[in-house]
Design a binder for this molecule. Structure first.
Ligand SMILES: *Cc1c(COP(=O)(O)O)cnc(C)c1O
Length: 374
């Protein structure tokens, strides 16, 4: 019997994918090195963890684990609707916001269409676009950020979706309100503008656009948000989009009925209810950002100014510094996959974690001269 080549049977677009590389799990590092008490500053998770109220709600929800979830996510949509002042019918829930991004790609991008994204944009998005066989038009970044005029320019007759990651991961750069309005005014009305706002709850800059208030004016606007970052629920996988009722209706048709589980939905309701935990997380992040910026300046390391819960630092050789930091029990993110080989991305941690990172990076960089000959 001849051997079947299942690789060649796969869709072209899927066969050529480079999979997304997530941050290294703590358990994996400790298993590999036989060490303990390492820290992970690699996936922009909330260092405070979830609110105690969330843990209580999720634990209680486990008692009903034998029932299928409410596919319509009634309670969570009601809670989000009140919290955001939008209609429940404008909301689409997903297994993480990446799932919602996938619903958008699946529903609105055909094979011959193009989607416009920025260079250095969150890699999940171009991977999704490619996996559905659509072409991404990647617009060169300007000072690491989205170049809005060029993105507008690059829209062609085949463009159906434009992705704006705001702030962008991994660069921490953002599109201000003026540029956002300029974009919305210039984009043809049939082109969807999808704004990925995974970090919006962290942001206090007055010129960061409050996109929600623009929804009535721009029916082609879709906003995605997540419970993975400031709410500290990354493991539970829950994200959502807010859009016109019409677009939400389409996205909800492409959604699998149980893409959000009961534990996550209950936890998210409790998380929304505990805004003091959010507030506390935002403050810790602002203090930590200041601490890291000061520390990096003292080490003479250049960084890209960031408004998120992470900062991207030029360490000359990102992969080598990443590997040496692992030996110190500090997990950060190398950015080779983003074509940023000089940089590492560091999540803002607690004061102690930030301190440990700064000491470790100092040690690793100064040990460099010794290890060359070793
Ligand atoms: C972390 C992140 C997400 C969140 O993904 P989830 O699937 O909701 O965990 C989405 N977009 C960006 C830019 C991110 O950094």
């Amino acid at each position: 019997m001849s051997k079947v080549d299942f690789r060649s049977l796969a869709n072209n677009s899927v066969r050529n994918l480079t999979p997304y590389q997530p941050g290294k799990p703590i358990e994996e590092l400790e298993r590999e090195l036989g060490i303990t008490s390492s820290i992970k500053l690699a996936s922009n998770e909330n260092p405070l963890g979830p609110s105690p109220k969330v843990i209580q709600a999720a634990t209680q929800a486990l008692q009903k684990a034998h029932f299928y979830p409410d596919g319509g996510c009634y309670e969570l949509k009601q809670a989000l609707s009140r919290f955001l002042s939008v209609l429940p019918e404008q909301i689409t829930v997903g297994n993480g916001s990446e799932n919602v991004l996938e619903l958008i790609v699946k529903a609105y991008l055909h094979k011959d269409d193009t989607a416009v994204i920025s260079q250095f944009a969150f890699l999940t998005i171009p991977i999704l676009i490619q996996s559905y066989g659509t072409r991404a038009k990647v617009v060169p970044a300007r000072e690491w950020g989205h170049d809005i005029p060029s993105m507008i320019q690059s829209i062609d007759e085949k463009t159906r979706v434009l992705f704006l990651v705001n702030p962008n991961n991994p660069t921490g750069t953002y599109t201000n309100k003026m540029d956002f309005i300029r974009l919305m005014e210039s984009v043809p009305p049939h082109v969807l503008v999808v704004v990925d706002e995974a970090y919006s709850e962290y942001i206090t800059n007055p010129d960061y656009p409050n996109t929600l208030e623009f929804l009535p004016r721009y029916p082609n606007l879709v906003i995605t948000r997540t419970f993975s970052k400031v709410y500290g629920l990354a493991a539970l996988r829950l994200g959502y989009s807010i859009s016109s009722v019409e677009i939400a209706d389409i996205l909800n048709r492409t959604r699998l009925p149980f893409n959000v589980n009961t534990i996550a939905a209950k936890a998210a309701c409790a998380a929304l209810d505990d805004q003091s935990h959010v507030q506390n997380s935002v403050e810790i992040n602002q203090q930590g950002m200041q601490q890291l910026e000061e520390g990096l300046r003292q080490l003479n390391l250049k960084y890209i100014p960031s408004i998120g819960n992470f900062i991207t630092v030029d360490v000359s050789n990102g992969m080598s510094v990443y590997q040496k930091l692992l030996l110190e029990g500090v997990i950060v993110r190398p950015l080779k996959a983003y074509d940023m080989p000089r940089h590492i991305r560091v999540t803002i941690g607690t004061r102690q974690q930030n301190d440990r990172f700064l000491k470790a990076v100092n040690k690793v960089l100064h040990a460099r001269d010794n290890t060359v000959t070793a």
